[in-house]
Design a protein around this ligand. Structure first.
Ligand code: FES
Length: 267
């Protein structure tokens, strides 16, 4: 087969022959991810207004230690460092946070948006040497599969939170009665988005699909692989929708708890 040798032309940072608005996507990603990080960090350090009635903010779930009735193991533990303000979110938020940080989709997005490596396809980079993810520090991104196992556990906890959000305390008798509020729907929608995002993870397909280079001969696993692949095709969309839904669910519970918003009972 005939082939031509094309010279590799080194480009300066930002230099390109592209005429489209290649900078727009990384700029939007930078703005949205930065806003989420600022809000999530602020919310995690608040340590209050994370429950309202049967609702628990997903940023604080599972609440291992805390003062709310949702706490699994009681109030603030004695070993908590005195110099650090106590917040139940600080104990658990790093796990879903690192699951997202090491996600294959987000890596591609924030490598471009946060350190321009590269800023976009066919656009000059700020550095000449490519170290990739096969050497330190980015090799640690390969830990993603293990965070997936933890994220699956979080889905079960959030599903239990949605179940809890169906039981409201009767103001007269104090007994739990079945009901549905807008908050129930907000938490359920968030669970749906996070499930679509997590089950469409690239590593999920490897886990359910089989091993080595062939699909499992089990029809159940083959079906699971197909479902995960289907979700994976829209992984970017699930990633963004779940990012918005989890932030909105926290905001909803927070504003209801502060008395700024009222939770409407539908049933
Ligand atoms: Fe995105 Fe695993 S690749 S969550």
């Amino acid at each position: 087969m005939a082939h031509a040798q094309l010279p590799v032309i080194p480009r300066r940072f930002g230099e390109t022959m592209r005429r489209d608005s290649w900078w727009l996507q990384p700029a939007v990603v930078l703005a949205l991810l930065s806003s989420f990080i600022v809000y999530a960090t602020w919310a995690a350090f608040q340590g209050e207004h994370y429950t309202h009635g049967p609702y628990l903010s997903p940023f604080y779930s599972p609440e291992l230690f805390g003062d709310s009735p949702h706490a699994w193991l009681g109030p603030k533990p004695g070993w908590w460092p005195a110099w650090l303000a106590f917040s139940p979110a600080l104990l658990i938020l790093p796990f879903p946070g690192l699951f997202r940080v090491t996600c294959y989709y987000y890596r591609g997005a924030y490598y471009k948006a946060f350190w321009a490596d590269p800023p976009a396809c066919a656009v000059g980079e700020p550095r000449r040497r490519y170290r990739g993810e096969s050497s330190f520090p980015l090799i640690v991104q390969n830990i993603h599969r293990y965070f997936l196992y933890i994220a699956l556990g979080f889905l079960l906890v959030l599903a239990y939170d949605v179940y809890q959000a169906l039981w409201f305390s009767d103001s007269a008798t104090g007994r739990a009665e079945f009901g549905i509020g807008v908050g129930t729907l907000v938490l359920a929608a968030n669970l749906t988005m996070l499930t679509g995002y997590t089950l469409g993870c690239h590593s999920m397909r490897h886990i359910v699909g089989g091993y080595l280079d062939r699909l499992s001969r089990s029809p159940v696993r083959k079906r699971a692989y197909d479902c995960s692949s289907c979700l994976n095709r829209a992984h970017m969309r699930w990633a963004w929708m779940s990012l918005f839904s989890v932030a909105f669910a926290d905001l909803y519970v927070r504003l209801c708890s502060m008395g700024i918003w009222s939770d409407w009972r539908i049933l």
